[in-house]
Design a protein around this ligand. Structure first.
Ligand code: AMP
Ligand code: MG
Length: 333
C-alpha cells in the first residue's frame, strides 16, 4: 500500500526537481494538497495551483505579491476539459481546434457549475483557458487531475521566468517544488483572445501571431474596448460592483445592512443569519481572499439596502482584498 505523500519526500521547500514520472507524481500530490508548484510550459514557467481550491489560488496572489486580484489562466488537458469550464461558441471552437495544444488562451463565458474558484477568475463571469503543448505541463495537469491556475512564476513587476532557476530566485520558499524542464521554447506569454463578443478580440499579443488567428477566422480581430473586453481588473469597476451600495471599514452596522465580517466580529442580534458572512473568523487572509467574491455575490443576491464590510488589515493578501473592496465601494457612474 502506498503511504501518504509528504513534502519531505521532495526535500526542502522550493527544491528544483526533475520531470520523470516520480517527480511529476510528487508535484501533483503537492497541488492536490493545495500547495504551489513551479511548472514549465512552452511559454514561460508558471506558478501553478489547483484552480478549484480558492485558498490555493489565494496563495498564488500572496506568493507573487500582487497588489490586486487579476484573473488567472486555467490550464487544462484538452478541449473537452476546457468545455467543462467555459462555454465555447463556434469561433472559440475553431480557434481551440486549430491552436491547441499551444500558446493561445481563450476567454469564454464561465460555465455555471464548473468547480473553478471565483478567485481564479477574480470574480468575473468569464474564464481564461489554455491547453499547453509542453509535455511536462501536460503530464502534470493529467496527474493532478484538475485544472491548474497559473500566472507567470515571477514576483509582481518582475520579468517572466524562462528557466527553473529564475523561479527559484523569485519564489523559492513560496513553492513546494519547481519542475525543471530546461529553458522554455517560446519564452513569451500566450496570446489571449476574447470570444465573449463578436468579432474575436485580442487582449494580449503572445506566442500565436495575430496573422495566424486572422487567417484561420477569415476576419480581422477586434480591438479591445473597455466595455466588452476588460483587460485588467483596473478597468472593471462597474463589472465588479455588487448592485447594493458597499461601505467599507464599517464598525457600526445598521439593521438594513448585510454584513461582510472578518476576524472576531460577531453578528449583531438585529441582523439575520443569512445577511451575515464572516470571511475568516480566525483572521486568515488566505481564507478571506478565497471567499471574497462568492461572499459578495451571496450577500448581494439578498438585495440588501447596503453591504457593510468590516475593517480588513491591508497587510499581505489584505492589500488585494482591500483593492477589490475599494473598487466595489467607489461611487457609481
Ligand atoms: P498571466 O497569468 O500573468 O499570463 O496573465 C493572465 C492574463 O489573462 C491577464 O492579462 C488577465 O487580465 C487575462 N485574463 C484572464 N482571465 C481573463 C478574463 N476572464 N477576462 C479577461 N482577461 C482575462
Ligand atoms: Mg505575468
Amino acid at each position: 500500500m502506498s503511504r501518504a505523500f509528504h513534502q519531505s519526500d521532495l526535500g526542502p521547500r522550493g527544491r528544483i526537481i526533475g520531470h520523470d514520472p516520480a517527480d511529476i507524481a510528487a508535484a501533483a500530490a503537492c497541488l492536490q494538497a493545495g500547495d504551489l508548484v513551479g511548472m514549465p510550459t512552452e511559454t514561460v514557467y508558471g506558478l501553478a495551483a489547483d484552480a478549484t481550491n480558492g485558498e490555493a489560488v489565494a496563495a498564488i496572489y500572496e506568493a507573487k505579491g500582487r497588489p490586486a486580484f487579476n484573473p488567472l489562466i486555467c490550464h487544462v488537458a484538452d478541449l473537452a476539459e476546457a468545455e467543462r469550464h467555459g462555454l465555447f461558441n463556434a469561433e472559440a471552437l475553431r480557434l481551440a481546434e486549430a491552436f491547441w495544444p499551444g500558446p493561445l488562451t481563450i476567454v469564454a463565458p464561465f460555465r455555471p457549475g464548473s468547480a473553478v474558484s471565483d478567485l481564479a477568475r477574480a470574480g468575473l463571469d468569464s474564464i481564461a483557458l489554455r491547453v499547453p503543448a509542453h509535455p511536462v505541463a501536460r503530464a502534470l495537469i493529467a496527474a493532478a487531475g484538475r485544472p491548474l491556475a497559473a500566472p507567470s512564476a515571477n514576483l509582481s513587476g518582475r520579468i517572466s521566468p524562462t528557466a527553473a532557476g529564475d523561479v527559484a530566485r523569485d519564489l523559492g520558499e513560496r513553492v513546494a517544488c519547481i519542475i525543471d524542464a530546461g529553458v522554455c521554447d517560446i519564452g513569451l506569454e500566450s496570446t489571449i483572445v476574447s470570444c465573449l463578443a463578436h468579432p474575436v478580440a485580442m487582449l494580449r499579443p503572445g506566442g500565436v501571431p495575430r496573422e495566424s488567428l486572422e487567417a484561420l477566422l477569415g476576419a480581422a480581430l477586434g480591438s479591445t474596448t473597455r466595455d466588452i473586453l476588460p483587460r485588467s481588473p483596473g478597468l472593471l469597476q462597474s463589472h465588479y460592483a455588487p448592485f447594493a451600495p458597499v461601505r467599507i471599514n464599517v464598525t457600526e452596522f445598521q439593521p438594513s445592512d448585510s454584513i461582510l465580517a472578518f476576524g472576531n466580529i460577531k453578528k449583531p442580534t438585529f441582523i439575520d443569519e443569512a445577511s451575515f458572512v464572516n470571511l475568516s473568523p480566525n483572521s486568515n487572509l488566505r481564507q478571506a481572499a478565497s471567499r471574497l467574491f462568492t461572499s459578495l455575490r451571496v450577500l448581494d443576491a439578498r438585495q440588501p439596502a447596503a453591504i457593510a464590510v468590516a475593517p480588513i488589515p491591508s497587510t499581505g493578501l489584505g492589500e488585494a482584498i482591500n483593492d477589490r473592496l475599494v473598487r466595489a465601494a467607489a461611487p457609481r457612474s
